[in-house]
Design a binder for this molecule. Sequence first.
Ligand code: NAG
Ligand code: NAG
Length: 200
Amino acid sequence: WHPPGSSSRGSWKMNGWKKTDTEVVCSPPTAYIDFTQQKLDPKIAVPAQNGYKVTNGSDELIEQKVAHALAEGLGVIACIGKKLHAREAGITEKVVFEQTKVITDKVKDWSKVILADKPVWDIGTSKTATPQQAQEVHKKLQGWLKSNVSDAVAQSTHIIYEGSVTRVTCKELVSQPDVDGFLLGGSSLKSEFMDINAKQ
Ligand SMILES: *[C@@H]1O[C@H](CO)[C@@H](O)[C@H](O)[C@H]1NC(C)=O
Ligand SMILES: *[C@@H]1O[C@H](CO)[C@@H](O)[C@H](O)[C@H]1NC(C)=O
């Protein structure tokens, strides 16, 4: 990494010998890792420039990110419920409410916030939530907002669904009273993305 305006070049000077046991690496910005790997000789390793200190994030990290984004005037789509090892029955509500509370503490202007519900039980499994299960969670989230924030915020805040959605399931999902739209993962990479949007 170089500070803006600086640059450096490798200078081999008179060191013209060839070594066969030298390991060469090229470390580009993260967005270019795949590109760089494709272009370079496979003998050259492509390490990342940066990493994160734990395997995955935490509620506090989300809190800080939301606070920072809002303070900078950005809007956020806050994903609720994406928590591993939260598959055991009965703890969905606890997880969802805890995460919503963490975000809520940082929000002053709710017009900048969309909540996305990611069903906690379908992560890493082949199980998908039914439209009724999605509705149940969205209704609980709305109820949470109503009693813990305000009626107006509960009415106006969009709660979108981030579970598995297909061209077949989208109609029934979006007909649920408290499902206000979708945040699409895998299906946004397929042609059915157009069908899902067309049906709304
Ligand atoms: C996320 O972090 C937890 C706690 O460190 C760990 O047990 C879990 O395996 C991690 N999940 C993934 C997908 O890396
Ligand atoms: C309000 O928030 C608390 C703390 O998260 C929660 O236990 C309670 O169930 C919420 N109220 C409703 C109606 O969801």
